[in-house]
Write a new protein. Structure first.
Lengths: 640, 159
């Protein structure tokens, strides 16, 4: 019965999406239509949430008469994985995608600033997107299809996904991806209504920030998940799907900066619109091109040609529709403002040029194998060396320039003054690599360069805040910039530390045999069988000694999931905050011996801590914006 | 502040502001061209070609050149030595490539299953793998392996 309720809710949502798009676009002319669009957006949210609830219920109660549940669930699965399993498959994850889209639509209807026309047109575009994706779900990925007769037991969920990471990673990532739908809709709305002041950028700002924060956390969370679950000790693999999440993040970052200039002085008006379109287009490519199975990726779900064609059609319609609208309407918008060669605007322009270049590099690397196969019929892959040669130098170049931005005034800045203010940071950038060269072994020139840039970024952030007077008068936007930029420095240290100074040891150990790595002595106590709720594990107990003192016992596992006939590794990580000791259990060899792989990853925790600091920066910016939005008298620009 | 100056065709006739803008635009173009050149240069030398075992024997790839080879792990070919090194054979049903790998195998590595190995040939003809990728669940096969098996005519055989 629940499946039918879900199905019905989806059909009603489809109808409401159509109503929302039509009335939203008509709302540019008529206030009555505009209020219909708001109502439709709320209704859409209610019905999509109902459908999502129905699917969740089917998963929790293990209703195997629903095909999606039978294919992806199992009665013995712990409750948390029954719930998170809802989006651990293609159909459910699409429904989550549309749910997030509906939440953003409702938020635009509720909070929408920038005038009735703009809000209404944005809801119209948002409605079109919801319509297309609901159509996609109903025709190619319906999660409510019945299975008759129902099987006695489900096929189970891919064990790699039976991890707390699944509870957080897809929802945050989707909040990020789909958040850019709101900025996309606002940009399209600005083009439709001919909004010539930068009202759209102001109205879209909170959504831009939410999307960026969520994407930052989603990417970092995914990287952390891969780090502890795959057992290779790596945190980033340049897998197409990782790249697909990185591209909207890079363009989203460019958008955050460019929109700032557009709001403030009216500069880069068209470019900001274009970035808003690009950020969502890359999100679409990110979610769907990779899912469609054309690229070899960890994340590809089942391949179905009908889905691929539908997806490509939708991406094409959204991207080319928006670009066409842009080409038609953008020239009619008022011309941009002027600024001097040395100014905040120039700094933001450099930011955008570098970010666009680095995105292009990732884009080419991700899609080149696809084009190559289409042209020659042969396969090749683009791996880390390519990105080391392209992504790294361009992005590091950008990081060197970052600290100048906040120190330059709008329209006309003073470079000499900025350099003078940043002197202590330059000092830090000279001292840090010297310290690294003196103490770190082995000596790595690349590492000292990375630390110079990291010190430069962090010190400049501190300087920027200290120059703005007492902490309680510092605007939230300055905190936002300082935290986000310092976070980049922290992550950079983590990446440099882990890639340049990692130690690795691989050995076959029998009971009571030892291996050493980087000052630690690991003694295998034994390997024991442990039964989980739906898996059997081999758990190694490993005693860790440092300077002849036992400091920890680590218990990496290798798990076999009988329902799915798969095994997974469950690594053990002991972190000091500055360094991770990482141990994974490999295969069993003759005579009760086991392969043990250990790493010491210096500064690894900094990678994710830095991302957390960046996200905090985003939150500071969001807080400042929301405070202004909800105190209308303080913000005359928010009024119509 | 002036918002628009008519374009001047002669550099000497430009106002200082226009000259600055031209310099600025040229710098951006140079930066863009630099990035494009970097991308193309990096693509030339840093792609890994994928070969099926038949390709490996036909193309006489020089030892030491990094590439990826994929196919099925041949039944009964996996052997462990005293250390952490594993020996096995990748096959596309027609030709075999012996592989040595030192490390922890991915969880889904199994005889008879699809696998992609990254590494280079040794002069002896053994493929020294630095990384092994197996498929990630029972419903997913690396697309390259599928096309390699199709080319050798062994795709979906016996199913």
């Amino acid at each position: 019965m629940t499946a039918e309720i879900g199905q019905l809710a989806l059909c009603l949502a489809l109808a409401l999406a159509l109503v929302q798009s039509a009335s939203g676009l008509l709302g540019v002319r008529s206030r009555a239509a505009a209020s219909v669009a708001s109502g439709a957006a709320m209704g859409l949210f209610v019905f999509v949430a109902l459908a999502f609830g129905a699917l969740t219920y089917a998963f929790v109660t293990s209703d195997f008469s629903v095909l999606d549940v039978a294919n992806n669930s199992h009665t013995l699965k712990p409750l948390i994985y029954k719930i998170t399993g809802v989006w651990g498959n293609h159909e459910g994850s699409m429904l989550l995608w549309v749910l997030v889209l509906a939440v953003y639509s409702a938020a635009i209807a509720f909070l929408g600033r920038g005038g009735v026309k703009l809000t209404s047109a944005a809801l119209g575009v948002q409605g079109l997107l919801a319509f297309a994706f609901l159509l996609f779900i109903l025709f190619t990925s319906n999660p409510f299809l019945r299975l008759d007769p129902p099987p006695f037991e489900g096929a189970g969920l891919n064990p790699l996904l039976q991890d707390p990471g699944l509870a957080f990673h897809p929802p945050t990532l989707y909040t990020g991806y789909v958040g850019f739908s709101a900025t996309f809709s606002y940009a399209a709305a600005a083009l439709i209504t001919g909004d010539s002041d930068a009202g759209w950028a102001r109205a879209a700002r909170p959504f831009m920030l939410i999307a960026w924060i969520a994407l930052t956390l989603g990417i970092a969370g995914g990287s952390w998940w891969a780090y502890y679950t795959l057992g290779w000790g790596g945190f980033w693999f340049w897998d197409p799907v990782e790249n697909a999440s990185l591209m909207p993040w890079l363009i989203g970052t460019a958008l955050l900066h460019s929109a700032l200039a557009t709001e403030r002085t009216g500069a880069f008006r068209s470019w900001t619109l274009l970035l808003a379109i690009a950020a969502f287009s890359l999100s679409l490519i990110g979610t769907f091109l990779v899912r469609s199975g054309v690229l070899s990726s960890v994340h590809a779900f089942a391949n179905d040609p009908a889905r691929g064609v539908f997806i490509l059609g939708m991406i094409g319609a959204a991207v080319f529709g928006a670009l066409g609208l842009f080409a038609w309407r953008a020239p009619k918008l008022e011309g941009g403002a002027t600024f001097e060669a040395v100014s905040r605007e120039t700094a933001l322009l450099f930011n955008n040029v570098f970010l666009a270049a680095v995105t292009t590099a990732v884009f080419v690397g991700t899609l080149f194998p696809l084009f190559y196969r289409a042209l020659t019929g042969r396969d090749l892959s683009v791996g880390p060396p390519y990105y080391a040669l392209t992504f790294a130098p361009i992005f590091l170049g950008l990081l060197v320039l970052v600290p100048f931005g906040p120190r330059l005034a709008w329209r006309r800045g003073d470079l000499k003054e900025a350099v003078r203010a940043l002197m202590p940071a330059i000092g830090a950038a000279i001292i840090a690599p010297l310290i690294v060269l003196t103490f770190a072994a082995p000596r790595a020139l690349a590492g000292s360069g990375a630390f110079a840039i990291a010190a430069w970024l962090i010190a400049a952030s501190v300087i920027d805040l200290s120059k703005r007077g007492r902490w309680n008068v510092i605007p939230a936007s300055a905190f936002a910039a300082a935290l986000a930029h310092a976070g980049l420095g922290i992550t950079l240290m983590g990446i440099a530390g882990t890639t340049l100074w990692r130690s690795e040891a691989l050995q076959v150990l029998g009971p009571n045999e030892t291996m050493t790595i980087d000052g630690y002595t690991l003694r295998l106590h034994g390997v024991y069988r442990v039964d989980g709720p739906n898996y059997q594990a081999a758990r190694a107990l490993i005693e860790v000694r440092e300077n002849d003192r036992v400091i920890a016992t680590m218990a990496p596992e290798k798990r076999l999931y009988p329902a799915e006939q798969q095994d997974t590794t469950d690594t053990a990580i002991r972190s000091t905050g500055f360094s991770d000791l990482y141990v994974a259990l490999g295969d069993e060899r003759d005579g009760g011996k086991w392969v043990i792989r250990a790493y010491v990853n210096p500064l690894a925790p900094f990678i994710w801590a830095g991302a957390g600091v960046m996200a905090l920066g985003g939150l500071a910016g969001l807080w400042g914006r929301l405070r202004v939005m909800f105190a209308p008298r303080l913000a005359p620009q928010a009024a119509e | 502040m002036r918002t628009y100056s008519p374009p001047a065709s002669n550099i000497l006739a430009m106002t200082p502001k226009q000259r600055r803008r031209l310099a600025f635009a040229s710098a951006l173009v140079v930066a863009g061209a630099g990035a494009a050149a970097l991308i193309i240069y990096a693509l030339q030398d840093n792609v890994l070609y994928f070969y099926s075992p038949s390709d490996v024997s036909e193309k006489h790839i020089a030892s030491g050149v990094a590439f990826r080879v994929g196919g099925l792990v041949e039944k009964n070919s996996v052997k462990y030595d005293a250390g952490a090194t594993i020996h096995f054979v990748i096959t596309d049903g027609r030709t075999q490539v012996p592989v040595d790998y030192t490390g922890v195998l991915p969880a889904l590595f199994r005889e008879g299953q699809g696998v992609v190995a990254m590494g280079a040939l040794e002069p002896s003809g053994t493929f020294q793998a630095s990384e092994i990728l197996a498929k990630h669940d029972e419903r997913y096969m690396p697309p390259e392996v599928v096309s390699a098996l199709k080319r050798s005519g062994r795709w979906k055989e016996g199913q």
